[in-house]
Design a protein around this ligand. Sequence first.
Ligand SMILES: [Zn+2]
Ligand SMILES: [Zn+2]
Length: 77
Amino acid sequence: MARCEVCGNDYGMTFEVHAQGAVHVFDCFSCAIHRMAPICEHCRVQIIGQGVEVDGHWYCGAHCARAEGRAGITDKV
Ligand SMILES: [Zn+2]
Ligand SMILES: [Zn+2]
Protein backbone atom coordinates (compact mmCIF):
# COMPACT_ATOMS: atom_id res chain seq x y z
CA MET A 1 0.00 0.00 0.00
CA ALA A 2 1.27 3.40 -0.90
CA ARG A 3 -0.06 6.85 -1.55
CA CYS A 4 -0.04 8.52 -4.97
CA GLU A 5 2.25 11.54 -4.79
CA VAL A 6 0.08 13.53 -7.19
CA CYS A 7 -3.50 13.09 -5.98
CA GLY A 8 -2.85 11.49 -2.57
CA ASN A 9 -5.01 8.47 -3.31
CA ASP A 10 -4.18 5.62 -0.90
CA TYR A 11 -4.56 2.67 -3.21
CA GLY A 12 -3.52 -0.98 -3.22
CA MET A 13 -2.43 -1.03 -6.86
CA THR A 14 0.03 1.84 -6.91
CA PHE A 15 3.17 1.48 -8.97
CA GLU A 16 6.63 2.99 -8.78
CA VAL A 17 8.50 4.89 -11.46
CA HIS A 18 12.25 5.05 -11.06
CA ALA A 19 13.75 8.04 -12.81
CA GLN A 20 17.06 9.83 -12.41
CA GLY A 21 17.78 8.13 -9.09
CA ALA A 22 14.41 9.00 -7.53
CA VAL A 23 11.41 6.76 -6.94
CA HIS A 24 7.94 8.13 -7.60
CA VAL A 25 4.69 6.46 -6.56
CA PHE A 26 1.48 6.83 -8.56
CA ASP A 27 -1.97 5.23 -8.56
CA CYS A 28 -2.61 5.64 -12.29
CA PHE A 29 -0.89 6.63 -15.49
CA SER A 30 -2.61 9.98 -15.74
CA CYS A 31 -1.04 10.98 -12.41
CA ALA A 32 2.34 9.67 -13.57
CA ILE A 33 2.08 11.67 -16.78
CA HIS A 34 1.02 14.77 -14.85
CA ARG A 35 4.13 14.50 -12.68
CA MET A 36 6.71 13.07 -15.07
CA ALA A 37 5.98 14.22 -18.62
CA PRO A 38 8.17 17.02 -19.89
CA ILE A 39 6.42 20.12 -21.27
CA CYS A 40 7.02 21.23 -24.86
CA GLU A 41 8.83 24.56 -24.62
CA HIS A 42 7.02 25.89 -27.66
CA CYS A 43 3.35 24.82 -27.47
CA ARG A 44 3.30 23.80 -23.75
CA VAL A 45 1.70 20.43 -24.45
CA GLN A 46 2.73 17.56 -22.19
CA ILE A 47 5.00 15.20 -24.06
CA ILE A 48 3.67 11.67 -23.68
CA GLY A 49 5.52 10.14 -26.59
CA GLN A 50 9.16 10.25 -27.46
CA GLY A 51 9.43 13.98 -28.00
CA VAL A 52 12.54 15.79 -29.16
CA GLU A 53 15.33 16.81 -26.80
CA VAL A 54 17.82 19.44 -27.94
CA ASP A 55 20.57 20.64 -25.57
CA GLY A 56 18.39 19.91 -22.52
CA HIS A 57 15.27 21.54 -23.98
CA TRP A 58 12.18 19.47 -24.69
CA TYR A 59 9.78 19.78 -27.59
CA CYS A 60 6.80 17.62 -28.57
CA GLY A 61 8.12 17.23 -32.11
CA ALA A 62 10.47 18.53 -34.74
CA HIS A 63 7.98 21.19 -35.78
CA CYS A 64 8.13 22.86 -32.36
CA ALA A 65 11.90 22.47 -32.15
CA ARG A 66 12.25 24.27 -35.49
CA ALA A 67 9.74 26.93 -34.42
CA GLU A 68 12.07 27.69 -31.50
CA GLY A 69 14.97 28.14 -33.88
CA ARG A 70 16.52 24.69 -33.57
CA ALA A 71 17.81 24.07 -37.03
CA GLY A 72 18.27 20.66 -38.58
CA ILE A 73 15.80 18.79 -36.35
CA THR A 74 13.83 16.08 -38.06
CA ASP A 75 11.21 13.74 -36.65
CA LYS A 76 12.42 10.31 -35.64
CA VAL A 77 10.50 7.74 -37.58
ZN1 LIG B 1 -2.99 9.76 -8.34
ZN1 LIG C 1 5.08 21.45 -29.13
